[in-house]
Design a protein around this ligand. Structure first.
Ligand code: 6PG
Length: 478
């Protein structure tokens, strides 16, 4: 091919970078990729569909030379200093007006720093969240770009063609692409961070329900499969329920047991959940189910201590012996209810961050593009999309009437499950904190008057009164 004739360049040909590039090629874009590891370039070329234009460049310089101007490039490399290293290598090769997209899970403060740095050099820099894992990247992810609007306009046709599509008109193809402009500055990475926070929280809830179903109700993996299959066919349809269903059937190649029973109970993380909690406290805005999800992953890693504590305290799980069917229905309803509360926390955080960090995040578009492709896609997102269509400035999804009616129907089950969980000694921190958030959020009378009094008592921090404006102090000991 003549130079320059490629539409899009990718730096980092790991599975995500390669799959996204192949997805673009399948949509008739000529694409070129570069990776320091040459075997990855070879894998890219050999995986290309026949008739598509896919090339692996030998050097970064070669890749830049082959791109049409203004150049459109994406980095899909591990978040952190590597992103800065690649930008520094790239910079002398770029021209005014070129567009560089960071498609990894970078922290939004790094993205702001990079936008400012590159703006001075005439290069458009965009932070963009990409969700959907390997398969999503290949077949259609949910894409969350933010920052430079002019750059967004230029990459929009490519991103729209590769994104997941929802609500496909019968027999006509097409459908609504799961990509939209997420707002100014580092909004793309901010939205993706909160997406991951919700992901952590919902995964935590599902794991608690699994614990109860397995150890309190006594379901085996086949029964769990059947139950999650049924749940996924109803109002709780979601990607996470769907993959959980399939996990229960997977056989271990080594022992021929079910793989789930051979996996160690220690969950790692790459940090986006922790960032969501940290940044929520920074705002501040409460996201307690996300906090507990991070804490439970952290606690899981203390395996030796947990073994020692179990030997000391000898907790005995008491199985449930009667009304099992009723309890299973309550578990369904409590998972549904608590999941709504997780989304409510994450979306309320985005609402507050949007104003505090001047990002102008369009929440109606956030929930719209989360309906397909991403890890937290769920039938709930249709309900949230309708809610934000009605009121773009909705501060918390729990204030929407339709959502409130769903919560009212299911909250009794959540209460029962939380009681039952503590009675049978199975930790249900995610479910509990969702319920506590709901009860506190829906309360016009919290006990924080006492906290005000205590602070004033020991530290003269003053308090406000219910009957007059102003700050007051009392000599409590006098
Ligand atoms: C996605 C995922 C993806 C990644 C998570 C995993 O939306 O496709 O969120 O970004 O799998 O970052 O995060 P942890 O390793 O922290 O669980």
């Amino acid at each position: 091919m003549n130079k320059p004739s490629f539409d899009f360049g990718m730096i980092g040909l790991g599975v995500m970078g390669r799959n996204l590039l192949l997805n673009m090629a399948d949509h008739h874009f000529a694409v070129i990729g570069f990776d320091n590891d040459k075997t990855k370039g070879a894998t890219l070329e050999s995986a290309a569909s026949p008739g598509t234009l896919v090339k692996a460049a030998g050097t970064l310089g070669e890749m830049v030379e082959y791109l049409k101007t203004p150049r459109k490039l994406m980095l899909l490399v591990p978040a952190g200093p590597i992103v800065d290293d690649v930008i520094n290598d790239l910079l002398p090769l770029l021209s005014n007006g070129d567009i560089v997209i960071d498609g990894g899970n970078s922290h939004y403060t790094d993205t702001i720093r990079r936008i400012n740095f590159l703006q001075d050099k005439g290069v458009h820099f965009m932070g963009m969240g990409v969700s959907g894992g390997e398969e999503g990247a290949r077949k259609g992810p949910s894409i969350m770009p933010g920052g430079d609007v002019l750059a967004w306009q230029q990459v929009k046709p490519i991103l729209e063609s590769v994104a997941a599509k929802v609500n496909l008109p019968a027999g006509q193809g097409g459908g609504e692409p799961c990509v939209a402009y997420m707002g100014k500055a580092a909004a793309g990475h901010y939205v993706k961070m909160v997406h991951n926070g919700i992901e952590y929280a919902v995964m935590q809830l599902i794991s608690e329900v699994y614990d109860l179903l397995k150890h309190a109700v006594g379901l085996n993996n086949d029964e769990l499969y059947v139950l999650f299959k049924k749940w996924n066919e109803g109002e709780m349809q979601s990607f996470l329920i769907e993959i959980t269903r399939d996990i229960f059937l997977k056989e271990d190649d080594i022992t021929k047991n079910r793989l789930i029973d051979m996996i160690l109970d220690k969950a790692g993380s790459k940090g986006t959940g922790k960032w969501t909690s940290q940044d929520a406290m920074e705002l501040p805005v409460p996201v307690p189910t996300i906090d507990i999800a991070v804490a439970m992953r952290d606690l899981s890693v203390f395996k030796e201590e947990r073994i020692a504590a179990a030997a000391l305290y000898k907790p005995k799980i008491k199985p449930i012996t009667s009304h099992k069917e009723k309890f299973i229905q309550q578990l369904h309803d409590s998972l549904y209810c608590a999941s709504i509360i997780c989304y409510a926390q994450g979306l309320a955080m985005l609402h507050k961050a949007s104003a505090a960090l001047k990002m102008d995040i369009p929440l109606q578009d956030v929930v719209r593009i989360w309906r397909g492709g991403c890890i937290i896609r769920s039938s709930l997102l249709e309900i949230f999309t309708a809610a934000y269509k009605k009121d773009k400035q909705l501060v918390n999804i729990l204030l929407n009437k339709k959502v409130a009616s769903l919560i009212k129907k299911k909250q009794a089950a959540l209460r029962k499950v939380v009681q039952q969980g503590s009675a049978v000694k199975i930790p249900v921190g995610g479910l509990m904190s969702s319920l506590a958030y709901l009860d506190a959020y829906c309360s016009d009378r919290m006990p924080t008057n006492l906290i005000q009094a205590q602070r004033d008592y020991f530290g003269a921090h003053t308090y406000q009164r219910i009957d007059k404006e102003g700050n007051f102090h009392t000599e409590w000991n006098a």
